[in-house]
Write a protein that binds this ligand. Structure first.
Ligand code: NOJ
Ligand code: CA
Length: 667
């Protein structure tokens, strides 16, 4: 620690002597200053409310045959301000304000390398990116990124450990000083009470950034490498990185309400986006994870024509727009082995034409499924053909998956994979297909540029409850403050048979996952499952359970009434890992979701978000008086009453519980 302070003081002394370009947020609370030291190394510092928030921290990259790290002199500094409103076809909020001050700093070094550093300061945080030019180079091999985040104050943090292959890890709450590595978004709250989250935006052709501790509270960018250890490679003489972002807020929910990540992305490049529509869906899925059905074409095959029609009927009869079928195509015998899936060849008991025609007649959208097993070469060989085939059948949604290792020793989060995921988004866009990506590259807000990149997994989702010790009661109240800051998640909430009473002793059930100890269950109350449909935002929102568990269940009315195509959202109250309350408006309906972690909790929520002067029929899906996530998870009650914007709701939640409310204008 002593060593760190010496470095910081030394750096600060060196920096003080140099020119010091600065830019502040429009409200003046956040200020970033840039400095170079006597070796021409570049540093930035961030102050919040006149206190140092990020102490002088290094900027730059290193490359094999070019000096991208030192010898720099500032040549030019430009400032600009912008205040605009833009719209997106779907999202938590369809209208977004982008108000920021920008600073563009041009530097060059003795080796002739040109560097443009772009900074954008918003009231809710900041972003910066590098753009290098190496004159005469025909390729650039990036070997490291030097970006540092030296958090000046002590803090408590929420993150998952860095991992170049998976995000499906348990969140940890721990002192920031104890974090050795972290994936982003990494969220923290300082001793002074500022909430912040480090992440990245517009990851286009670069590896993902993780964070590695170099001294307590000081983190350095650690990029997912290529198999040969190189971090990024480019043909030509330019490197443009994603934005490095730091969201900053006075309240924890301020991070959720911040559109900073989207504001750091490029505008939409798809001319017409009418075909990109949010929807609710069900599917042949949960039975596979519970082990009572299989993906493969055997006697327990889930995706049969008959079963598909049953799901289509259920969707049509319950105001659900979409259906996914997993295990419809050949190749599942090779899952975990050669991973040789065929994305246009159905199993012989799944008649694609019949299913597609039936869905069309019933007005239901099909979400096709492409499990690639992470065999990217196999997928890329079929990509164009597979998406053209979907297009020709009128299939406009595909769920992809990468459960397996990428051939050739590539990391799932390295530049090779980032390029692949992007090319799938672009191919899908050309064929008017929207995507739900499992085992994805993390979200960095590219949905603004490609709104067909609708939702993704990228964290421990519902599936872990089917075949492992599952997700803790704290997990789903941590996600909104961490993973979901990056964008929507296909968590797939809504399992009603929480203790698997209907399937646990089913003679068809077989263990298929090594983590399955036979005691899996969902670690929430039923009301929290319902609340999660609102809280865990996804424009494609699934009701995860097998449809037989919804048939005749009074609480399923919530999902029937729910609208995944919201116009406006607001996180109202919450603390990471403890509780959360979110409201969304879709048309003239409002949906409220509140949930709690391990503790029972009562929230007082003013209904002033409702349109004033209007009366609403509120239907309240609450924990039963004796509900408890561990001992009595399925106890719930449904209350109805009329409310207005002048009312206040008292939300009583059991341990591991929640509450969901629909507000529908009274006639
Ligand atoms: C993992 C995905 O997250 C899950 O949704 C899917 O069912 C399996 N892979 C099989 O593709
Ligand atoms: Ca997964």
């Amino acid at each position: 620690m002593k060593h760190l302070f010496t470095i910081i003081i030394l750096a600060a002394a060196l920096l003080a002597s140099c020119s010091n370009p600065q830019v502040s947020s429009p409200d003046g609370r956040v200020t970033l200053s840039l400095t170079t030291d006597s070796a021409g190394q570049i540093y930035y510092q961030v102050d919040v409310d006149d206190s140092t928030f990020i102490a002088p921290s290094r900027l730059g990259l290193t490359a094999r045959d070019a000096n991208l790290a030192s010898g720099f002199t500032i040549r030019d500094v430009r400032h600009s301000s912008s205040d605009s409103v833009w719209h997106q076809p779907w999202g938590e909020n369809k209208e977004i304000r982008d108000r920021h001050n920008a600073m563009t700093v041009s530097l060059d070094n003795s080796d002739g390398v040109g560097l443009t550093l772009s900074f954008k300061l918003f009231d809710d945080g900041l972003g910066f990116r590098y753009s290098y030019t190496v004159p005469g180079a025909d390729s650039i091999i990036v070997t490291d990124e030097l970006t540092q985040f030296a958090i000046a104050d002590s803090a408590v943090s929420w993150s998952i450990p860095a991992n170049f292959d998976t995000y499906e890890l348990e969140y940890r709450e721990m002192p920031l000083a104890a974090v050795a590595t972290a994936n982003t978004p990494m969220t923290f709250k300082t001793r002074r009470g500022t909430y912040a989250s480090i992440h990245e935006a517009a990851l286009t052709d670069y590896p993902e950034m993780t964070l590695r501790c170099t001294a307590p509270g000081v983190f350095k960018a650690d990029l997912a490498p290529w198999p040969d250890g190189v971090k990024a490679r480019y043909a030509g003489d330019r490197v443009v990185t994603p934005w490095r972002s730091v969201q900053i807020a006075r309240e924890a929910v301020g991070l959720i309400n911040s559109p900073l990540i989207l504001n750091l992305n490029d505008p939409c490049v798809i001319d017409s986006t009418e075909w990109i529509r949010p929807m609710k869906y069900v599917g042949i899925w949960w039975g596979l994870h519970l082990g009572v059905e299989t993906w493969q074409n055997d006697e327990r095959h889930g995706a049969t024509t008959e079963n598909a029609k049953r799901y289509i009927d259920f969707a049509a009869d319950n105001n659900i727009e979409g259906v996914v079928f997993e295990g419809w195509n050949s190749g599942w015998e090779s899952w975990g082995g050669r991973q040789s899936f065929d994305f246009t060849k159905a199993y012989d008991d799944f008649d694609v034409t019949e299913v597609v025609n039936y869905a069309r007649q019933r007005g239901v959208q099909i979400i096709s499924h492409h499990e690639t097993g992470a065999n990217i070469p196999n997928y890329e060989r079929q990509l164009e053909h597979a998406y053209a085939w979907c297009d020709s059948l009128g299939i406009h949604y595909v769920k992809t998956g990468y459960a397996g290792g990428i051939p050739g020793g590539h990391f799932r989060h390295g530049q090779y994979a980032v390029r692949h995921y992007r090319s799938v988004v672009q191919t899908a866009a050309r064929h008017e297909v929207s995507l739900d990506v499992h085992e994805p590259i993390k979200d960095t807000g590219i949905r603004r540029t490609y709104p067909n990149m609708m939702t993704r997994e990228g964290a421990k989702g519902m599936e872990w409850n089917a075949w492992s010790s599952g997700n803790t009661p704290a997990h789903e109240v941590t996600l909104p403050f961490t993973r979901l800051l990056s964008g929507p998640m296909d968590y797939t909430p809504g399992t009603f048979d929480i203790l698997y009473t209907k399937t646990r002793h089913d003679p068809r059930r077989r263990k298929w996952n090594d983590l399955d100890r036979g005691d899996s269950r969902v670690n929430t109350t039923l009301a929290k499952q319902i609340a999660n449909w609102v809280i865990l935002y996804s424009p494609l929102q699934m009701a995860s359970d097998m449809i037989e568990n919804y048939e005749g269940h009074p609480a399923f009315q919530f999902f029937r009434d729910f609208d995944a195509d919201c116009d406006w959202s607001r996180a109202l109250q919450g603390e990471p890992g403890q509780f959360i309350a979110v409201v969304r408006r879709a048309g003239d309906r409002y949906f409220l979701g509140a949930s709690t972690g391990y503790e029972a909790r009562t929230l007082t929520i003013p209904l002033d978000f409702l349109e004033s002067g209007r009366t609403y029929d509120a239907t309240i899906y609450a924990d039963g008086e004796d509900a408890d996530w561990r001992d009595n998870p399925t106890s719930y009650r449904i209350d109805r009453r009329q409310v207005t914007a002048a009312d206040t709701l008292t939300v009583v939640m059991a341990r591991g519980g929640g509450q969901a409310v629909t507000f529908i204008p009274a006639e």
